[in-house]
Design a protein around this ligand. Sequence first.
Ligand code: MTE
Length: 320
Amino acid sequence: MKHVPIIPASEITPREIYQGRREFIKVAGLGAIAGAAMLSGMSFDAAAAQSPRRKIGKFVKTPYGSDEKLTPYEDITTYNNFYEFGTNKSDPSQYAGSLVTRPWTVNIEGEVKRPKSIAIDDIFKLAPLEERIYRMRCVEGWSMVIPWVGFPLADLIKWAEPTGNAKYIEFITLDNQQMMPGQRSGVLDWPYNEGLRLDEAMHPLTILAVGLYGEVLPNQNGAPLRLVVPWKYGFKGIKSIVKIRFTEKMPVSSWMKAGPSEYGFYSNVNPNVDHPRWSQATERRIGEGLFARRRKTLMFNGYAEQVGQMYAGMDLKKYF
Ligand code: MTE
């Protein structure tokens, strides 16, 4: 078994301490980018990624929402997990500038009537874009509330025309060491892959995201296309997808290979099933400050009413 790289929640640098360090770097004025960033009001990390912020022309608001306070844009885009750019939370925003997202093609293969390739800009035409405000819960014990812009994965699945044998979908990230230098390390089995059961993939809450806060997805958040499944731990939300494969057998994800006893196929948020190395009962909401009380984690991340039925009768300790 490989070394398991996700570190216990208790050992993760709290956002505010890490933020403090960055403030220090900014104040110390280290480097031209930091200086320019200070002048423009941007953070050091956001400036370093050098991806201009672009508004998405048209999207609709939907009933899917949350009355919770949104996590600030700055936190969502500088506190990331994207191991293709390093394992520190600040690595993706600093280094994901090397990812080129145009041209970008997504290949659809496996149990489909005909394999297909689709250019990213044509994917945008498959369905109207919608804003979905979702609570996101990372397996490490922190959470955010993110206003995604995307469309139901179900729309792409219908367009892909899976055969009757398709029971699962596997998603695969770009495999390119030049654009994703973290793939030179052996921290995970590259390219990053993930999977869903077909009914989970077809569920109306499951989306493919192309943006957040009304703007095109920053590279560090998985541009140009990433999966968002709000009732599952964040690592199921695979970024920068280039391949979608329909299969008869359950796919084995990068995380399942890295730590089979720690990361299961389902990975539904469940406060009653602890990670073998830490409790999943509570979470820290990013942006609330160091001394805020931890929140109670909700079954299926609070989406039990919508998704619980898909797991009726299943032993969720066994199928974690
Ligand atoms: N996708 C790829 N390709 N590589 C990754 O390392 N990290 C996952 C997931 N998708 C990851 C990925 C993990 S562990 C989490 S918590 C979320 O992305 C984080 O998404 P965010 O940085 O947009 O909050």
